[in-house]
Structures are given as C-alpha cells and as structure tokens.
Ligand binder design. Structure first.
Ligand code: GAR
Length: 201
C-alpha cells in the first residue's frame, strides 16, 4: 500500500496559541511531518490567526458539536491525523475522539503533574497555585490524554525553579519557555517513532 507522503499533526488550541505557533514554525518546511489543521472552540482565539498566517486550515466548533455530535470527528478524519496535540486546549476530550485516535492525542500542561492538574487548573490558575504553595520548582508535563483531566501516561517532564519573589506571570513566562523548547521536539520524536514502527509492521 502506498504510504502517505507526510505525517499529519492536528492542533487543538483555545487561546493565544504560542505553542501552536512553535509547532507551525518547526514543521513548516519539515520533510516528513506537517501541521495539517488547527481546531478551536474559541472564535476569538489568536491561534486561528496564527494558523491562517501559515496557510493551515482552521476549524471552529462549539460545545454542541464537540460533545453531542460526530461533527468534529468527521472534520478531523479528513486530515488523517497521526497525532493530535492539545496546545492550550481546555475542554475534556469526548469518548468518540478518544476511541477514534487511541494513543494519538497528547496534551501539554504547565506544571509537574500529578500536582496542579485537574479541572480548572489551567494557565494562570496553575502558576498562582504553585507560587502560593511556595513550591521550589515547577515545569511542564507532556502526556497522553484519557477521559479524565490531566491523568494520561506521561511522555516527558521538564523542570524549572520557582524563584523568590516570583509572580504567577514571571513563573508562567519561565514555564512557557520550556514548553516552546520541548513541545516541537517531543511531537517530532513521537511521529518519527510511529513511522519507524509502521515500517517494521
Ligand atoms: C500553555 O501554558 C499550556 O501549557 C496551558 O495553556 C497555555 C496555552 O498557551 N495549558 C493548560 O493549562 C492545559 N491544562 P498558548 O496558547 O500560548 O500555547
């Protein structure tokens, strides 16, 4: 059977999309991996404009589409995703998508899970809680997702210090640097491994 020319990444993003931007940049001229589409639940997400800049198709959906229909699943299938990356996407992923893409959906979380995860723990809330608790360090967790918030198998954790006097914003900026450095590399590695596995099978 003919192999597809490139591996496809689909990004889900709800907000600014700076991690989406890093993926768009990293894979723009990649020989074997592309960002095929970006999906968002937020019509005001700046991530949508970033996708447009890179001529990557973008799709908007609402709660009804996501949780009570197969509309998102059908749109996703058009892009034959090899990996779905939640990059600042805040909704729990429904069963129909988990079943359709087993071990193919990953999330980036701006803390060292299993601490500082779960419903409502996103963005600034995470960093505020870490600073408030007086933690000496924080970091990032890249993990597969499952039906619970922030509970799937870890792929990578990286750490950074929490410095005396850090505000949540200062910590967020340090953690975001880690995210930007590692997310494209982890995505590239997972897809490369997937490709090597398929060549063996
Ligand atoms: C990132 O820090 C990401 O880890 C976090 O949202 C931010 C999105 O930034 N995700 C979560 O908190 C998920 N629980 P971005 O839109 O600039 O990529």
């Amino acid at each position: 059977m003919k192999r597809p020319d490139k591996k496809n990444i689909v990004i889900f993003a709800s907000g600014s999309g700076s991690n989406a931007q890093r993926l768009l940049e990293h894979f723009e001229h990649h020989p074997s991996i592309r960002v095929a589409a970006l999906f968002s639940n937020n019509p005001k997400a700046y991530a949508l404009e970033r996708a447009e800049t890179y001529r990557v198709p973008a799709f908007l959906f609402n709660r009804e589409d996501f949780y009570h229909s197969d509309k998102v699943l059908e749109q996703l299938r058009q892009f034959e995703p090899d990996l779905i990356v939640l990059a600042g996407f805040l909704w729990l992923v429904p069963q129909n998508l988990l079943r359709a893409f087993p071990n193919r959906i990953i999330n980036i979380h701006p803390a060292l899970l299993p601490q500082y995860g779960g419903k409502g723990m996103h963005g600034r809330h995470v960093h505020a809680a870490v600073v408030q608790a007086g933690e000496p360090e924080s970091g990032i967790t890249i993990h597969y997702i499952n039906e619970e918030y922030d509970k799937g198998t870890f792929i990578l954790q990286e750490r950074c210090p929490v410095l005396p006097g850090d505000t949540p914003e200062a910590l967020a900026a340090r953690v975001l640097q880690l995210e930007h450095r590692h997310l494209p590399l982890v995505v590239e590695q997972l897809l490369t491994e997937q490709d090597q596995q398929e060549k063996k099978d």
